[in-house]
Design a protein around this ligand. Structure first.
Ligand code: CP
Ligand code: NVA
Length: 309
C-alpha cells in the first residue's frame, strides 16, 4: 500500500502517471462522461489548520468519484482533547478507505500513516504541500510549460519551496529559489533534492536575489510570507521580505510568455502585486481548479495501488 506524504516517495514515472490520470479524469468530467472510480468509498479529511481549496477540492472530488468525504476538524474530534494519533489512525482507518490530513509536523503525518490500514494523503504540513504541486505541474502541462522549464520560486523557504524542490529534483527541471537571508529552505530537504538531482539531471539553484532567479524563466511562483502557524512573526517577516514582491518589474525579467503561479491564498501588495495577480500571465484560478482534478488522480491511483497491509 502506498501513501502520498511527500513527492520524494514517488518516481518520476509514477508522478507523471498520476498526472496523466488526473488529466484523463478532468476530460471525463468536462465531457460529461463521468466514471465513478471510487464508488461507495469514504475519505476522512482531518484538518488541524484552516483551508478553503483543500477542503472543497477533496470533498467535491470524492463526490464526483462516487464516494463520500467526511470533514473532521481536530477541534471537534477527540484529537483536540489529546487522543493519540496512533489510536485515531487505527480507529479511523478501520472505517474509511482513505485519509487526508492537514497538520503541523510531517513527523505526525508519518506516524499516523504508519498506524493506518488505508492510504494517507498529505493535505499540507509545515514541511510539504505535495498535492498543491501536483496541481501546479498539471497546469504547467496543460499550458505547455513542461518542456525543460525554468521555474523561479521567490519568497519564504517554506512548505511550498520544499515541495518545488522535490518536484523539480524528481522530474529533472531547473528550479531557482530566491529567499531572504535567514529564510532559506531546510538543509536536509535541500540535501535530498540535490541527491535526487544527480539522478534526474535537475538544476537546483539557491539564491538571495529575486531578479537573478526570475531572469529568463518560464514559470514564476511565490507564496505567503507568513504561513499558518507563523501568525506571530507576520510583522517581522513583512520587514524582512521587503524587495521580494513579485511585481510587474520582476515579471518583465522572465520570458515574455512566462506564467505566474500561486497556491493561494495570496496577499496583494506583499508577496505579489495586484497587477501581476490579475494579469493575463497569472493562471492562478486554473491552478486552483486543478487541485480538484489532480487530487482525484492521486486518490484513484492510491486506491488502485492498494494491497492489504
Ligand atoms: N492552496 C491551498 O492549499 O489552499 P487552502 O489553504 O485554502 O486549502
Ligand atoms: N505556505 C502556506 C501555504 C498555504 C496553502 C501555509 O502553510 O500556510
Amino acid at each position: 500500500m502506498r501513501h502520498f506524504l511527500t513527492l520524494n516517495d514517488f518516481t518520476k514515472d509514477e508522478i507523471l502517471e498520476i498526472l496523466n490520470l488526473a488529466i484523463e479524469i478532468k476530460d471525463e468530467l468536462k465531457s460529461g462522461n463521468i466514471k465513478y472510480r471510487m464508488k461507495d468509498k469514504s475519505l476522512a479529511m482531518i484538518f488541524e489548520k484552516s483551508s478553503t481549496r483543500t477542503r472543497v477540492s477533496f470533498e467535491v472530488g470524492m463526490t464526483q468519484l462516487g464516494g463520500h468525504a467526511l470533514f473532521l476538524s481536530s477541534k471537534d474530534t477527540q484529537l483536540g482533547r489529546g487522543e493519540p494519533l496512533k489510536d485515531t489512525a487505527r480507529v479511523i482507518s478501520r472505517m474509511v478507505d482513505m485519509v487526508m490530513i492537514r497538520t503541523y509536523k510531517q513527523k505526525d503525518l508519518e506516524e499516523f500513516a504508519s498506524y493506518s490500514k488505508v492510504p494517507v494523503i498529505n493535505g499540507l504540513t509545515d514541511e510539504y504541500h505535495p498535492v498543491q504541486l501536483m496541481a501546479d505541474y498539471m497546469t504547467m502541462m496543460e499550458l505547455g510549460k513542461d518542456k525543460e522549464p525554468k521555474v523561479a520560486y521567490i519568497g519564504d523557504g517554506n512548505n511550498m519551496a520544499h515541495s518545488w524542490l522535490m518536484l523539480a529534483s524528481k522530474l529533472g527541471f531547473e528550479l531557482r529559489v530566491a529567499t531572504p537571508k535567514g529564510y532559506e529552505v531546510n538543509d536536509d530537504i535541500l540535501h535530498t533534492a540535490l541527491q535526487n538531482a544527480k539522478v534526474s539531471g535537475a538544476k537546483i539553484v539557491i539564491l538571495n536575489d529575486p531578479k537573478e532567479a526570475v531572469k529568463g524563466c518560464d514559470v514564476v511562483t511565490t507564496d505567503t510570507w507568513a504561513s499558518m502557524g507563523q501568525e506571530d512573526e507576520k510583522a517581522q517577516r513583512e520587514r524582512d521580505f521587503q524587495g521580494y514582491i513579485v511585481d510587474s518589474d520582476l515579471m518583465r525579467l522572465a520570458k515574455d510568455d512566462a506564467i505566474f503561479l500561486h497556491c493561494l491564498p495570496a496577499y496583494r501588495g506583499q508577496e505579489v502585486s495586484e497587477e501581476v495577480l490579475e494579469s493575463p500571465q497569472s493562471v492562478i484560478f486554473q491552478e486552483a481548479e486543478n487541485r480538484l482534478h489532480a487530487q482525484k488522480g492521486i486518490m484513484v491511483w492510491l486506491d488502485k495501488n492498494r494491497g492489504d497491509k
